[in-house]
Design a protein around this ligand. Structure first.
Ligand code: HEC
Length: 130
């Protein structure tokens, strides 16, 4: 009788262990999807990493870097991978993108007073990695 109860207890413990294992695994994989990658994981060089800081400070609140999902502005994933920018249809090149950032566009503010030449170049280098 006592032995049987022990067995049942062990069975319940095993089920509990498996269930919590599954739960922990599910939580970890959910975190992984949203987890922010480090500069090294993204393979950024020092200029691109500097540009990422500018991006996080000035652009991230309105633009997703690693998704085409919109925030206040369109997601910028792959923005230089196509010939034209998704929303405005302007050519996806350094000159046009620099203009958009300097001058702003509709709801997007202008950054000509905020970013110096170096920050602009770093930012562009980073945008090319998206
Ligand atoms: C306050 C929100 C806001 C901030 C901050 C912002 N943007 Fe924008 N951005 C927008 C909106 C809104 C648009 C769409 C403008 C339009 O109507 O064409 C846009 C458009 C763009 C476009 C053109 C996209 C396309 O498909 O035509 C680029 C490129 C861009 N932003 C880059 C940046 C970068 C780089 C920064 C940081 C320096 C930044 N934006 C900061 C809101 C913002």
């Amino acid at each position: 009788m006592i032995g049987r109860r022990k067995e049942q207890g062990a069975g319940a413990a095993l089920i509990l262990a498996i269930a919590s294992g599954i739960l922990i695994f599910a939580l970890l994989s959910a975190c992984n999807v949203e987890r922010r990658k480090s500069d090294a994981e993204l393979g950024l060089n020092s200029q691109q990493a500097a540009g990422r800081k500018v991006y996080d400070h000035d652009c991230d609140r309105c633009h997703e870097a690693y998704s085409t999902r919109g925030k206040k502005g369109p997601g910028l994933k792959g923005m230089f991978q196509h010939k034209y920018l998704r929303l405005s249809g302007l050519p996806a090149n350094d000159a046009r993108v620099t203009d958009i950032i300097r001058l702003g566009r509709n709801e997007m503010p202008s950054f000509s007073q905020t970013l110096n030449q170096q920050q602009m170049e770093d930012l562009l280098a980073y945008l090319h990695t998206l």
